[in-house]
Write a protein that binds this ligand. Structure first.
Ligand code: F3S
Length: 413
């Protein structure tokens, strides 16, 4: 790899141990992937903020780095933690566990990480511009930044993301290179399906696309429009069921104004037609259990936007969550505050639902609840919660999820 004079000096230890160690890690990563140089990044986003991910090793490493003077060099935001800092007692989080997450928060604060505690940093303090290079982890955020905003980042792993933050660079390979951003697998929507494409079809389609595509780049043809939240839900599902880090939706996402642009002037390596039957089949797969009594409902994955909070409040107004059911809505502190000012939080809480802020069902230890069946409108929750929460999962629409919370029962869609 060609390194600049400054990078050589970093490796020589001129700027301290944290930078030397970090650049060393990143150079080795770059060498493994054939990078020819490093590229400066506009921002970083780190998942090692969660105690569930970082563990005791994270606390030891962060402590050592701080003793050696570590400070992030670029704007850096934190992914959800493993507790809701305000409600961890209500969520039955063991105090000793909460204390370790609080310790990580203190260490990251000292390094200069902005405590956003969200998987949607692009809505608040870390909003990338088109073409900017980034060093991000969090699969749902990476796929949104690449696909919807046109920024450039590979899916970094925990710790590697912090290395990027500490030196403000990443190795230049993969999605940092224009030639590696061309679509490869084409999904054509049947006109029958695209004419009646509902909100919950976005995560279902994302789940299907991720499963088929793996780590390649899918191109979706046939949708006329998609909202911010629908793109967010689609990408998160595709990044969970596969490892999609970039998708193109023709006529919707910025590097896909035409099919030819999305494919970079080449032919796709595969073509798939998706119709109502394929969507029905994937929705079957996304539900691991039968319908019946539900004890936990999870919405807001990725973290809910203010539009989604308005929708939840509208759907819950004048209703009451069923006894024995927990309806938890995941979001971040910025959206929580706005939703509180706008009266949505009051409506949601009057209905008996609870906000889960700065974390989510997949990041918190929920063993004490003994949940058996989860209903969700999120493709990412549907993919992970059977393992992380140990429940059956029923994937359905947002309306059906909130209805399930009120009636205490959920049906397979
Ligand atoms: Fe965010 Fe948790 Fe979903 S981190 S994307 S709400 S699994």
């Amino acid at each position: 790899m060609r390194l600049t004079d400054e990078e050589q000096r970093i490796l020589g230890g001129v700027f301290g141990e944290p930078q030397r160690i970090s650049l060393n890690v990143l150079v080795k990563l770059g060498q493994a992937y054939g990078a020819d140089s490093m590229v400066e990044i506009a921002s970083a986003h780190v998942v090692g903020s969660s105690y569930q991910i970082a563990g005791e090793a994270g606390i030891a490493i962060y402590t050592q780095l701080l003793e050696q003077g570590a400070r992030v060099k670029v704007r850096t935001t934190s992914d959800p933690g493993s507790i809701d800092f305000a409600r961890w007692r209500e969520l039955k989080t063991p105090p000793e566990y909460a204390e370790r997450q609080i310790k990580i928060a203190e260490l990251l604060d000292q390094m200069g990480v902005i405590p956003t505690w969200t998987c949607t940093p692009y809505t608040t303090f870390n909003v990338p511009r088109f073409g900017e290079d980034l060093g991000w982890s969090e699969s749902s955020a990476v796929v949104f930044a690449n696909s919807v905003l046109g920024a450039r980042t590979n899916r970094l792993a925990a710790y590697v993301d912090l290395c990027a933050a500490l030196v403000g660079r990443v190795p230049r390979f993969g999605l940092h290179l224009p030639e590696c951003r061309r679509g490869e697998v084409l999904f054509e929507l049947d006109p029958d399906l695209s004419a009646n494409f509902d909100d919950h079809h976005f995560p279902a389609l994302g789940y299907l696309v991720g499963q088929v595509t793996g780590d390649r780049i899918p191109v979706i043809l046939g949708l006329r429009q998609a909202t911010f939240d629908q793109l967010k839900a689609f990408g998160a599902a595709a990044a969970a069921s596969g490892s999609v880090a970039l998708y193109h939706m023709v006529g919707i996402t910025p590097e896909a104004r035409t099919l030819d642009e999305a494919l970079g002037g080449r032919q796709p390596s595969e073509r798939h037609v998706v119709g109502k039957r394929e969507i029905a089949r994937i929705m079957e797969q996304m539900s691991t259990g039968q319908g019946g009594a539900v004890d936990v409902v999870g919405v807001g994955c990725p973290h809910a936007s203010i539009d989604q909070m308005r929708r939840y409040a509208t759907l819950l107004r004048g209703k009451r969550v069923h006894t024995g059911v927990q309806l938890w809505i995941c979001t971040n502190t910025v959206v929580e505050e706005m939703a509180r000012r706008m009266g949505y939080v009051e409506t949601i809480e009057q209905a008996g639902a609870m906000l889960m802020v700065g974390t989510c069902h997949n990041n918190c230890p929920l063993g004490a609840w003994g949940f058996r069946r989860l209903a969700t409108d999120s493709g990412k929750f549907a993919y992970y919660t059977p393992t992380t929460v140990g429940t059956e999962c029923l994937f359905t629409s947002t309306e059906a999820c909130l209805e399930a919370a009120v009636t205490g029962r959920v049906e397979r869609p």
